[in-house]
Each structure stands twice: as C-alpha cells, then as structure tokens.
Write a new protein. Structure first.
Length: 342
C-alpha cells in the first residue's frame, strides 16, 4: 500500500480510503490511486481487511448467465460503477436455475462479500421469504416480485414492449408476431413484455393471434429466435412485424426472415429489447428498446455501497429504495422511417 501511495503521490491513508470505498474522495484522486493499483499489480489481502475493518470491499453480482449479451454488458457496467467506488466484484452465473440462485444467495455467508446485486430468473413470489433476513445488504434487479423490504432497481418492461408494438402499429403493421414466450407461468420479464404487446394491440382493437406467439423456453438466444420465427412462419399466419423480447431473439429472427427471402423492414419490420452492442452492427441495424442498463448498474452499485456503509455506521438505515430506470426507443434500419409528425 505504501508503494501505491508513492506511485500515486498521495498518503497511505488516502490509498486505504479509496480501496475501502470511502465516499469523500475526489474523483481525480480516486482515479490516480486506482491507476497506481493497476500499474503496480497491487492485490488486496481480503482476509486481513475483513478482520481490520469488518468489510471486504468486494460485492457480488449474481446474474442468470454472462453469455447472454444483456447480462454480459450489464456485468461490464456494474464492474465500471464498482471501480469508481473502489469496490471489486465477484460475478456468480446462476444458470437460470433455482438451485443456482439459492446458492448465490448463500455465497455472502462465507464472509468474503459485503453485499449482493441479484438478478433472479427462477425464483417466484412464494420465495419472497428467502430474500429477507439474509444478514447482508441485497439489491434486487428485475421486477419487484418479492418484498418491499428489499432495495430494488427495475426497468419499464410493460411500457417498453408497448412502445415497440406501437411503433409497428403506427407504421401500418397489424400482423405482429411476438417472440420469447415462455410456458412457465411466472411474473417475470416475459410475462410483463407480453402484457405490453397485448395492451398495444387491444388499444387498436386487435386480438392476439395464437399463431403469432413464438416460444423460446430454451432461453432468449439467437438460435431460439430463429427457431421461434420459423415456428410462426410455418404456422401460415401472415406476418408484417415482429416484437422480440430481447435483441438476441430479434437478431435470430432477422436471420430466419432473410434466409426465407423476406426483406427487412419492407416485408417484415423487427423491434428488439435491450439495446445490446450487436444491435448497432447487425444488418440491418436493429430498432430496439434501451431499458437504461447503465443507469440500472450505477444505481444498484450506489445503493449497495450506501447500505454497506450504513451497516458500519451508527445511524439508522434508510427505507428500502425502489428505482425504475428510464427507457427510450432507439429507431434504426429494421423498422420503416417514421413520417414527419407521425
């Protein structure tokens, strides 16, 4: 630590404060210390830190998988936000399984993690009690399915899917498929995004055609998007628009459409959800919903950091936070250009 202090031109105490996540440090100083840490390859003795300060400076991030682009990019955003607070992140993929998610909840009990940012996919409402009384700070990502006593950072799933569907309806597309349906009856993202799709159709007096439902029980991946799109097309239902529950599904669907000789957006317009990096580079580029991923990561880390500090201080903890990130519709080449005033 003394070497880091000399390299950064600060005191050892300042280095300690930065690495402990002390909030009242100038950004320029924090960046200089962290750059020195990287340059010298300094490694924190986590066990010694726990004995000395009661905290490790390490937080956990439990997500279904990092191979799915949204969660991989979310993890990058969390890592960057944590770095600004002088925190390290231990990432735990849960595999979209209940056992994996329960195991992630037990990890902080090993004493190496100060708190956990948790994005569940398999737990259901009846599991609410599992998220209370854990003995460490927890910030929940996704939908508020569980307990109002837990800090929560969410997104506009219903509103985003409705905006995606309305865009296609405004473009004169009325035979709109929806991809990413799950047979498991949960109140997760799939159910909420379907509600947005259904509500948009209902507002225009259009019934949901069961042949337009593309199922993806094996996960929201490109291959399953192509398979779901093929299922809808093979049903014989006419299709002139697609709302996919994430961008990976949308990109897979576009591949299937183009393989069959259908032009995008002339024959079929496509909208995704998540605004992952691939959406800007596929052909055509993908219109999508940006759910506020960076905001979700930054707010989740900020809340968790504050909760960790509250546990070590004398003050009374603040009430649980519910934060819903802002969303926006990002129009690109996979949908028709809107007319002025539309």
């Amino acid at each position: 630590m003394a070497d880091v202090a000399r390299h950064a031109g600060v005191s050892v105490k300042t280095v300690s404060n930065v690495l402990s996540g002390y909030p009242h440090i100038r950004d320029a100083t924090r960046e200089r210390v962290l750059a020195a840490v990287d340059a010298l390859g300094y490694e924190i003795n986590v066990t010694a830190r726990i004995f000395r300060s009661g905290r490790s400076g390490v937080v956990g991030l439990a997500v279904p998988e990092v191979g799915q682009p949204y969660f991989g990019e979310l993890a990058d955003e969390v890592l960057e936000a944590a770095r600004r607070h002088g925190l390290q992140v231990l990432i735990e993929p849960t595999g979209f399984t209940r056992d994996g998610e329960l195991a992630a909840l037990r990890v902080p009990r090993r004493g190496l993690i100060d708190g956990l940012i948790f994005s569940p996919a398999a737990l259901v409402q009846s599991d609410a009690h599992l998220l209370e009384g854990l003995g460490y700070p927890l910030v929940l990502l996704g939908e508020q399915l569980f307990s109002s006593s837990v800090d929560h950072v969410s997104m506009h799933n219903v509103e985003g899917a409705r905006a995606a569907t309305d865009l296609l309806l405004d473009a004169g597309r009325h035979r709109i498929a929806v991809l990413g349906m799950l047979h498991a009856r949960t109140a997760g993202s799939a159910s909420l995004r379907f509600s947005g799709y259904r509500d948009a159709l209902a507002a225009r007096g259009i019934d949901v055609d069961s042949r337009h439902l593309g199922w993806a029980d094996d996960g929201w991946h490109r291959a399953n998007g192509a398979r779901a799109m093929a299922q809808v097309l093979d049903s014989g239902a006419p299709v002139d628009g697609v709302v996919a529950f994430n961008d990976a599904l949308a990109i897979g669907a576009m591949h299937e459409l183009q393989t069959r000789g259908l032009a995008i957006p002339q024959d079929v317009a496509v909208v995704g959800f998540d605004d992952i990096e691939d959406s800007r580079f596929c052909v055509p580029t993908l219109t999508t919903i940006d759910p506020g991923r960076r905001e979700i990561a930054e707010v989740a880390v900020e809340i968790l950091h504050r909760r960790v500090q509250e546990r070590l201080g004398p003050g009374r903890p603040q009430p649980p936070v519910l934060h819903r990130a802002g969303m926006r519709l990002v129009e690109r080449e996979s949908t028709p250009t809107r007319r002025a005033g539309a």
